[in-house]
Write a protein that binds this ligand. Structure first.
Ligand code: 26Q
Length: 826
């Protein structure tokens, strides 16, 4: 052995510690050596990147040590599989969690910068559509906070959620090239690259032991290259990992093409492979049938499972006896559902297990979370597409189905209707695979995301499965992280809370209940109101900057931000604004409080009705804001390009939170929880987590209206919106303004689709049925607002009772009741 090898120095976390100097030097070093920035007055973007690198360096050691703790073979580990992680910005989060705020501010001062100014330079990591993607990000934060051995697995989309801007009142999409200036938070790990197979066909063969086996051959292969992002826990020396896969080509060129002189064609194949991680699909309900989307799903699943299995084999060889006991895969909706047949394939074909052993392992470690009650949003993939792209997986799905239906027949002999209802394959002209059913059959746990949602899954969508496996079903009401959604985004409230009840709430939100007695303390209420006013001021400036509309600070700030969807009923909100406008014009303003209504959200680019709703909001805003009669009594804005970093300014400044979906349609909602924490009162239906918010806050601190889920079902049987409109003069006038072209004088007929929808007896969302009740609840909210003492009391009590809605609580429940994992203390 050579001398050099013997003395080779190991790079350990200990040996690197002393490499780091004072923060301000580190910033300088990164400016110069990492970014090649010379000179003096560079723009803030350079300072953001230099600071981000310096902060990341300070994470490295804890990151390395956390990885070592996870590597203990006795540890049960969780792998959170999701097509979306809507992280937003990372700098402030890292600074806060590593307790670096003071030193960072001091270091930046030397360069003449404020932290806020530099942090603004960071582009949002918009790798998600909305609720489901942001939930995954809050979950990662809570897992790190609780020191749980959980790794996130996702796709490193080159382009995240599109940027939205408004032209002539309509949504226009722009690409989100968030990686343009590099991403200081990621580390490429080419040594863990995996190969992914697609297309080709299957072959039967005898192995050396004479056992019949299957292999998948003639495939088009591509590579999955991992990029790791650190997920720092809150002041606890723990840094978890989010591993994102980028698609790349195998560097072995197609030899035939190469020799035929088609070098450019062979190189172009690289391009084709890279398509897979190019762009996030911007639909928050399934857009069915897109081949590229299925490829993305399988790409994530296969790369992640191979990654976990490779780590297993490294530690345990090919003994898989305990694999199911030591691993859990949480499927974030059905998007990664191909994990069920893919794990089977890897165990059967690659690791040579028999079916029963492989199935036992698979069903021991898969768990599925459902996020939707809309039957039309349930994912289905055509058998024909599957058989082309993933032929081996289709065979396995068929076999799972055969065996499952065999069990069903034993339980319910002769019930052919039931067999058909439960089949993983929906028969018809074009047979389809039901991904939710595949997920249920392949998992030991199926959970909904709010109490009502889970009950409706059990009694409705999945009732047949619930009868067979009642114990699989469980509820995990969603939550959000108070570190981002209170502490970081609302520093003024954070300080007030800390001086009043201490800072324990940052990692134990139930501590917020200590605020309850302060609701009766006039001096505290005054401070509470001052914080809200400051946050309203910040929001008003933000609105002015992006819409050029002035929000007067004495008005009630009334906000609805979420994806644009018919079931979320932004239309109902607009109808109410038109109603207020109508009252103002008629001089019926007695008891009316000034209001600023803000609506924001993105419409799926192919969702025509949603886009038309955006146009309507903008047109109504133009008329209302431009009419001298409304003065400061009413403002309406459509806030463009709603995203995580916008919510960080919007939710602290909000007073009334609009959660007005058709009951039984919103699985949970999570924006509702962010508003509640920040002291907004909710006006809402008995839907999703609103029900639990009302229970916790107290019915007297919540503005309830509308039909409940049962009432919606009943109403739809004999729904007569035209009768309701004709009988209620206030509603009638709203429809007359809309239908008379008051908001589209120069664009005749453009809103006919919306108005005819409202009048349609088959309107799924029964908007008109809830309109009167909504107007009345809004009137009560307005009257309450005129009594500021009362409002502030209610506001304090909402925050005080928001403890349940921390994702720390949600994740503790996942850990105990589904995953069976324990904290690994640093
Ligand atoms: C599926 C197939 C093809 C293309 C896109 C999709 C797709 C993508 C995203 C389907 C659905 C989504 C996102 C769904 C979502 O965000 N659901 C929300 O999840 C939240 C977290 O549980 C809930 O609070 C919301 O109620 C629910 O609407």
């Amino acid at each position: 052995m050579s001398k050099t090898l013997e003395t080779k120095r190991e790079v350990t976390s200990e040996s690197t510690e002393q490499l780091l100097g004072p923060l301000s030097n580190e910033i300088r070093r990164h400016l110069y050596y990492t970014l090649g920035h010379f000179g003096s007055n560079g723009d803030a973007s350079y300072y953001y990147r230099a600071l981000a690198h310096a902060v990341r360096d300070r994470i490295s050691q804890q990151w390395q040590r956390t990885r070592e703790r996870f590597a203990n073979p006795e540890t049960r580990r969780v792998h959170y599989l999701s097509l979306e992680f809507l992280l937003g910005r990372s700098l402030n989060n890292a600074v806060q969690n590593l307790d670096l705020e003071e030193p960072v501010r001091e270091a930046l001062q030397e360069y003449g910068y404020h932290l806020e100014e530099v942090a603004e330079e960071e582009l949002d990591a918009g790798l998600g559509n909305g609720g489901l993607g942001r939930l995954a990000a809050c979950f990662l934060d809570s897992c790190a906070n609780l020191q749980l051995p959980v790794t996130g697995y996702g796709i490193r989309y080159e382009f995240g959620m599109f940027h939205q801007h408004i032209e002539h009142g309509r949504q226009v999409e722009d690409p989100d090239h968030w990686l343009r200036d590099g991403n200081p938070w990621e580390i490429e790990r080419p040594e863990f690259t995996r190969t992914i197979q697609l297309y080709g066909h299957t072959e039967r063969y005898m192995d050396e032991d004479g056992i019949a086996r299957v292999r998948w051959v003639g495939t088009n292969d591509l590579l999955a290259v991992p990029y790791d992002m650190p997920i720092p826990g809150y002041k606890n020396n723990t840094v978890n990992t989010l591993r994102l896969w980028k698609a790349s080509t195998t560097d072995v060129f197609d030899l035939e093409e190469f020799n035929a002189g088609s070098y450019p064609e062979a190189v172009a194949a690289k391009n084709n492979a890279e398509q897979i991680s190019m762009v996030l699909y911007p639909n928050d309900a399934s857009e069915n049938g897109k081949e590229l989307r299925l490829k993305q799903q399988y790409f994530l699943v296969s790369a992640s499972l191979q990654d976990v299995l490779a780590q297993w084999v490294k530690q345990h060889g090919d003994d898989f006896t305990d694999f199911g006991e030591k691993n859990c895969f949480q499927l974030n909706d059905t998007h990664p559902a191909s994990a069920v047949p893919e794990l089977m394939r890897l165990l059967l074909d690659e690791h040579k297990l028999d079916w029963d052993t492989a199935w036992k392992i698979t069903t021991e470690c898969m768990a599925y979370t459902n996020h939707t009650l809309l039957p039309e949003a349930l994912e289905r993939w055509s058998v024909q597409l599957f058989s082309r792209m993933l032929p081996r997986l289709l065979e396995i799905i068929y076999e799972i189905n055969e065996r499952f239906l065999g069990e069903v027949s034993k339980l319910y002999p002769g019930d052919m209707e039931l067999r058909k209802r439960l089949s993983l394959i929906e028969e018809g002209n074009e047979p389809h695979i039901r991904m939710a059913y595949l997920s249920i059959v392949g998992s030991f746990s199926v959970n909904g995301v709010a109490h009502l949602h889970t009950e409706l899954l059990k009694s409705g969508l999945f009732s047949d499965f619930y009868k067979i496996w009642p114990n699989k079903f469980n509820n995990k009401t969603n939550g959000v992280t108070q570190r981002r959604w209170l502490s970081h985004c609302n520093p003024k409230l954070r300080d007030l809370l800390n001086e009043t009840i201490g800072n324990q709430w940052e990692s134990d939100l139930e501590q917020m209940s200590k605020l309850v007695p302060y609701a009766e303390d006039a001096a505290f209420r005054k401070k509470w109101a001052e914080v809200k006013r400051d946050n309203k001021h910040r929001l008003a400036e933000y609105v002015k900057e992006h819409t050029n509309v002035e929000f007067p600070l004495d008005a009630m700030f009334d906000v609805q931000v979420k994806r644009i969807h018919e079931y979320k009923r932004q239309l109902l909100n607009v109808l109410h604004v038109i109603h207020l406008y109508d009252r103002i014009r008629r001089g019926e303003t007695q008891g009316m409080v000034p209001r600023c209504v803000l609506i924001g959200g993105k419409a799926a680019p192919g969702y025509h009705v949603a886009k038309l709703i955006v146009k309507l909001i903008n047109n109504v805003a133009d008329v209302v804001n431009g009419d001298p009669a409304t003065q400061d009594l009413l403002k309406l804005v459509f806030f463009p390009n709603y995203r995580v970093s916008a919510m960080e300014i919007i939710c602290p400044g909000t007073e009334l939170s609009e959660q007005i979906s058709t009951a039984g349609k919103e699985a949970s909602g999570t924006g509702n929880m962010k508003f509640m924490m920040n002291g907004a009162l909710t006006i809402g239906t008995l839907d999703g987590a609103n029900i639990e918010i009302r229970e916790k806050a107290g019915a007297e601190n919540f503005f309830l209206f509308g039909l409940d889920a049962k009432g919606v079902v009943e109403t739809r049987k004999a729904y007569d919106p035209n009768g309701i409109i004709a009988a209620d003069p206030e509603i009638r006038r709203v429809m007359e303004l809309l239908e008379g072209g008051h908001f589209n004088a120069s664009e005749p007929g453009i809103f006919d689709l919306l108005t005819s929808g409202l009048r349609n007896p088959y309107d799924q969302w029964v908007t008109i049925a809830d309109f009167r009740s909504y107007i009345d609840a809004q009137q009560v909210a307005g009257e309450t607002y005129t009594d500021q003492d009362k409002w502030n009391r209610m506001s304090i009590l909402n925050s005080a009772h928001s403890g349940w809605f921390s994702s720390d609580r949600t994740i503790s429940q996942y850990a105990k009741e589904i995953w069976g994992v324990q904290p690994l203390k640093a």
